[in-house]
Unconditional design. Structure first.
Length: 480
């Protein structure tokens, strides 16, 4: 899915911004701009106004960096590893070395994985005065810039570059500004130490001053980590880092290779043709690195307050959330209506079936006056009827129907032309239906059945010719 990411690098005296578009065809720089910050009380606001005139921030993911001088950075060793515990204790650990109470600090940290042990965690902790951080956020808000992350200037570039193959073991990355420089010491592909120092304004002393501060920072690192540090090279970026003379003089004084870096080239990111001629990689590296760390999912210092981030999330997705919530409510209501309707319909059908069942019961068993549970009562009646159908009585004795059929078949000879079609047995009466050839045969059958023991009386209920006139239909009634 294509995304638009804006890296906004707020420096001490300028603002640089880059728009990077991501997609299946790769990443490309769509727009960029750098504007100076006027030296006035609302200089940042004026600079941001110029930025938003060039870049469209609507629908974009914004990552912002603030000047490193506004962030207090310390190396700490803590006796636990869980991030939640580290964040809880961090303000109070930093409070000891800062002229501000923990309640007024916004803090975060960078882990040093290679120095972690089972019981301890080495981190680089950062703290920002909440009032200072709030001033940046309030300046960004009117222009629709609601950052997902706020980090330290120069830090994203150092994190991104340290993971590349510039250093075999040890190296340094220097972010050069007009008033300050920030040095990142790299060991085994990880940032171990960060220091920001001021730059002397005098041009003739500027380079030697920077080199002196670098040497002092290296000494402080060696003392803190109790190790010797011999960097293989130093990468530089920022203002004037494209000055060949600057890199050569620093290399001569420090006796190591000093190399400017082009992050757009290292990342293999495309630049629009009309932008290539004016693109200055060293001035735009920090802004571009903000977008690159977001694209690659690289985490680190993030001083964004949760409430501000939640407000941005609501502003970006509030309408969709409302629409989805409304649809979910409608679906839920339709589901409840359907459930109630089906329950009502089912109850109505049950009531109709109950009435039909009672009606059938009354028609079948008219002698039953009190109906409580028609189904149960009907089952009992059917069971009783089955028992009565199994046995028929000869006087006081019980005789099986199969025995009656046997007696009848023995009395009627095979030569007699007769077909029995129905025999209905009851406790006191047996009815036999059938057809034969003549009326005399009917009388003969009656006479023969009267000889059966247990038959008290045999009567001819009916005897008639059928429609063809060839057969006589008859019905005999036998009293037991």
């Amino acid at each position: 899915m294509a995304r638009k990411i804006i890296g906004l690098d707020i420096k001490e005296d300028a603002i640089a911004a880059v728009t990077v578009k991501t997609g299946f065809r790769g990443n490309s720089i769509e727009a960029y701009v750098q504007v100076p910050i006027p030296e006035s009380e609302d200089g940042l606001v004026l600079g941001l106004e110029q930025i938003t005139e060039v870049l469209d921030v609507r629908g974009a993911v914004c990552i912002v960096s603030i000047p490193a001088r506004d962030v207090s950075i310390r190396n700490l060793t803590l006796p636990f590893k869980h991030s939640k515990k580290i964040r809880q204790i961090l303000p109070y650990e930093l409070e000891q070395n800062l002229p501000i109470s923990a309640e007024h600090l916004t803090t975060d940290f960078h882990r040093i994985p290679s120095r972690e042990s089972d019981n301890e965690t080495d981190i680089i902790a950062g703290a920002v005065d909440q009032s200072r951080l709030g001033a940046y956020q309030e300046s960004l808000s009117p222009f629709g810039v609601q950052p997902d992350r706020i980090t330290v200037g120069g830090y994203p570039a150092a994190v991104w570059l340290s993971g590349r193959s510039f250093f075999e073991e040890k190296g340094m990355i220097l972010d050069i500004g007009k008033r300050t420089c920030t040095l990142f010491i790299i060991v085994s592909g990880e940032i171990h130490f960060i220091r920001t120092f001021s730059v002397i304004a005098t041009p003739s002393l500027k380079i030697s001053s920077i080199c002196s501060d670098i040497f002092r920072t290296v000494v402080a690192f060696e003392e803190m980590f109790n190790t010797e540090f011999s960097p293989e090279r130093m990468l530089i970026t920022g203002d004037r880092s494209d000055d060949i003379r600057l890199a050569e003089e620093m290399s001569n004084q420090m006796e190591i290779p000093v190399q400017p870096v082009d992050m757009s080239q290292e990342a293999g990111i495309q630049i629009k043709r009309e932008l290539k001629e004016t693109w200055n990689p060293l001035l735009m590296n920090n802004a571009l690195s903000l977008a690159l760390t977001e694209i690659e999912g690289i985490n680190g210092f993030n001083f964004q307050r949760k409430s501000f981030s939640d407000r941005k999330l609501w502003n970006e997705h509030g309408k969709r959330i409302v629409v989805c919530g409304t649809l979910a409510c409608l679906v839920g209501l339709l589901g409840l209506f359907n459930l109630f309707y089906e329950t009502y319909t089912l109850q109505k059908r049950v009531a109709v079936l109950d009435r039909k069942m009672i009606q059938i019961f009354k028609e079948t068993f008219p002698d039953v006056k009190r109906i409580v549970d028609p189904l149960h009562q009907m089952r009992i009646k059917i069971k009783e009827a089955k028992k009565d159908a199994l046995y028929s009585g000869y006087g006081e004795s019980s005789v099986r129907v199969i025995d009656l059929l046997n007696d009848i078949s023995l009395l009627i000879p095979q030569s007699m032309d007769v077909d029995l079609t129905r025999i209905v047995t009851g406790p006191e009466i047996i009815t036999i239906s059938g057809d034969t050839d003549t009326f005399n045969t009917v009388n003969d059958i009656k006479t023969r059945l009267q000889n059966v023991e247990g038959f008290r009386n045999v009567e001819i209920n009916s005897a008639n010719l059928d429609k063809s006139g060839n057969r006589v239909r008859f019905k005999l009634k036998i009293d037991l």
